[in-house]
Design a binder for this molecule. Structure first.
Ligand SMILES: [Zn+2]
Length: 365
């Protein structure tokens, strides 16, 4: 059974719908506030937008309403770096992390150390990730949860274990265990999970060692960083018509020349243009789907606890359990100035199907 301690009055959804309607009427005219950097506005939000859960835009350029928080502690998880206030996500994402924590525990992984998910209303962040903007990305540490409960101070300061040698880009064999493999396989087994990003060394380790069913390796994608955590990305959820789908992963297990490319010098050369601004330095409100303005303006719940997702252990997703008054989304298409943004705004696009992948800029995460 799933229980959501959150009030969801229809009136607030109506307000959001009204705000969206006003935005639709103002058409292409952008208010002066549109020039503010979106990271400053979304980075300042402490609580989610009360409305039916809905993601707007893309993983690296969007926002979301109806966010819920994962509790700081569960039977099989602990939230890390709590001061960042990035334990918010679409209810389907939060429910899935809790389910993974139970399934992983049954598989022999003691519990999850949960890293960043999203800001309460998503959007670009002041520091770190290029993506994680629509409540459908989560970082899970590759360090098992310790036996003793971590104090708040430990959660802020405990350093993660790097599983990959920085020089060879290969997994440190002394640290890698079959339980790591099982955890990734379990996460990849969920239909909601469209891809999982890991360091190329981890992908190679899986390619070299996984026997039997290898179909799940298709979802495991190599990427820079991700040497102490993996990044789990869920697809656009029902009720989010303005959520932009990512490209599907290419067929096959990915243990081919596209992986071999990562073990050449090319991906690791210093950037030719190190001073190029990151996407978040250019992203104004005008860059985001226009619904994101209404998401910013929407009412907040009375407290974080009031929007915290308490799962009693069932498999039913919160999205199924919540009677969701739909948020009117009058805008037909997500516009914006995608062309003006650096390519890192589209990080995590699928590896090109043929030949080696094109070098891509290294995003913060
Ligand atoms: Zn991530």
């Amino acid at each position: 059974m799933t229980m959501l301690k959150r009030s969801l009055p229809g009136r607030t959804s109506l307000k959001l719908a009204a705000a969206l309607a006003v935005l639709a009427l103002t058409g292409a005219q952008q208010p002066a506030a549109a020039q503010e950097l979106a990271k400053d506005l979304f980075g300042a939000e402490k609580l989610p937008a009360v409305a039916a859960p809905q993601s707007f835009g893309f993983y690296s350029k969007g926002c979301f309403a109806g966010g819920v928080a994962i509790p700081m502690d569960g039977p099989h998880w602990e939230v890390m770096r709590p001061s960042r206030n990035r334990r918010w996500g679409h209810p389907a994402m939060i429910g899935l992390i809790e389910k993974l924590s139970r399934d992983a525990a049954a598989d022999g992984w003691p519990g999850l150390l949960v890293g960043d998910i999203s800001q309460p209303r998503g959007g670009p962040m002041l520091t770190g990730h290029a993506s994680h903007q629509i409540g459908l990305d989560a970082d899970i540490w590759l360090t098992p949860m310790p036996d003793n409960r971590l104090s708040t101070d430990q959660r802020e300061k405990m350093s993660a274990t790097l599983l990959v040698d920085e020089k060879t880009h290969l997994v440190k064999d002394a640290l890698w265990t079959p339980q790591h493999m099982r955890l990734l396989k379990r996460a990849a087994s969920y239909k909601e999970v469209e891809r999982i990003l890991v360091n190329p060394g981890i992908k190679k380790k899986l390619c070299d060692t996984v026997k039997g069913d290898r179909a799940w390796l298709r979802k495991i994608r190599p990427f820079w960083g991700h040497d102490y955590h993996f990044h789990m990305r869920v697809g656009c959820q029902p009720g989010s018509p303005d959520c932009k789908r990512q490209e599907t992963t290419v067929p096959g297990d990915g243990c081919d020349q596209s992986l071999a490319w990562w073990f050449t010098d090319e991906p690791w050369r210093p950037s030719k243009n190190p001073d190029k601004p990151k996407a978040r330095e250019l992203m104004t409100m005008a860059s985001l789907p226009r619904e994101c303005r209404a998401v910013l303006d929407a009412p907040a719940p009375s407290s974080a606890e009031a929007a915290t997702y308490h799962d009693k252990g069932g498999d039913k997703s919160i999205a199924d359990a919540t009677p969701a008054p739909p948020v009117a989304a009058p805008e037909p298409a997500v516009t914006g100035d995608a062309g003006a943004l650096p390519a890192s705004a589209n990080a995590f696009a699928a590896t090109p199907e043929i030949g080696i992948p094109l070098p891509r800029p290294r995003p913060g995460n």
